[in-house]
Design a binder for this molecule. Structure first.
Ligand code: NAP
Length: 266
């Protein structure tokens, strides 16, 4: 595809870490960008660097996605800006605290950002993309979506939502020309770990991927047409077997009678 026809990618959480690297890679692939996060100064610095390096048009859109007005402004942009062809739902935060040590207000804010904002932005973008017959939605989940025993349980729940929601979006939107991808990063070297309360230096180094490698792998997965990309997983067949087991159960999950093991004797 000619670089000038790629359109604009809107990336949330673009001020640091994984989102900033999506910005770098997508600008170099010929996308114009809209960068969303709270930290205006960081967004402006990144935008200047990337527009100098690539010549693309890079707009910044400072917004707090946990603030109804900020979220509504980004939704409005997704509904009305016909140049937007790609949405990267990346803004999010996590925690490592167990339930009994967690502040429920913080958990609520996590659900609001990781689930609520991601859902509303998808609902803003998907009808526009389906109406035009093309568009791409990349949702950044996590390996905790399928490994809820790691880290904080609410964080895992938010990312399980992102995975299930993305699978459902694929089911509904693939025939309307809308591509979706869920990315399940393992531990990635970003500020995420400072926010989550675990210094990255405390993790075994053999489980930590650089954010550059993670984003390059995720984009390779997107370009290979994957619905679910797990950058660290050596064998794609392991994920396919996991999915096949889930789908094999599907016809047996709803019946008129309880299973024999639950029937009351006598
Ligand atoms: P990060 O460097 O902390 O980036 C988080 C981004 O989200 C920042 O740009 C932050 O910018 C933005 N953000 C946070 N709260 C926001 C809000 N209320 N409104 C708008 N933007 C907000 O961490 P990261 O690792 O790149 O995280 C990106 C995504 O990857 C998250 O969804 C995370 O759950 C996921 N993930 C990370 C890892 C990992 O090990 N790092 C593993 C699996 C999944 P501002 O502070 O400027 O708003």
């Amino acid at each position: 595809m000619n670089a000038s026809t790629k359109g604009t990618a809107l990336i949330t959480g673009a001020s640091s870490g994984i989102g900033a690297l999506y910005a770098d890679r997508l600008a170099r692939r010929g996308y114009d960008l809209i960068l969303v996060a709270r930290n205006r100064e960081r967004l402006d610095q990144l935008a200047r660097r990337l527009s100098d390096a690539t010549g693309r048009t890079i707009q910044t859109f400072p917004a707090d996605l946990n603030d109804p007005a900020g979220l509504a402004a980004v939704e409005a942009l997704l509904r009305t800006d016909n140049s937007i062809t790609t949405l990267v739902n990346n803004a999010g935060f996590g925690a490592a605290t167990p339930l009994l040590q967690s502040d429920v207000a913080k958990m609520d804010a996590m659900i609001s950002l990781n689930v609520g904002a991601l859902t509303r932005l998808t609902y803003a973008a998907a009808p526009a993309f389906a109406g035009r017959g093309h568009g791409t939605i990349v949702n950044i989940a996590s390996i905790v979506a399928i490994a809820p025993e790691l880290l904080n349980g609410v964080y895992a729940g938010t990312k399980a939502f992102v995975l299930a929601f993305t699978q459902s979006l694929h089911h509904e939107l693939a025939d309307k020309g809308v591509r979706v991808q869920a990315v399940l990063p393992g531990a990635t070297a970003t500020e995420f770990w400072d926010v989550a309360g675990v210094p990255i230096a405390h993790l075994p180094s053999h489980i930590v991927m650089s954010a550059d490698d993670m984003v390059d792998a995720a984009l390779a997965g997107l370009e290979q047409g994957e619905l679910v990309t797990i950058p660290a997983l050596p064998e794609a067949a392991d994920w396919q077997a996991f999915e096949a087991a889930r789908q094999k159960m599907s016809p047996n999950l709803s019946h008129t009678q309880p299973a024999a093991r639950y029937r009351v004797a006598g």
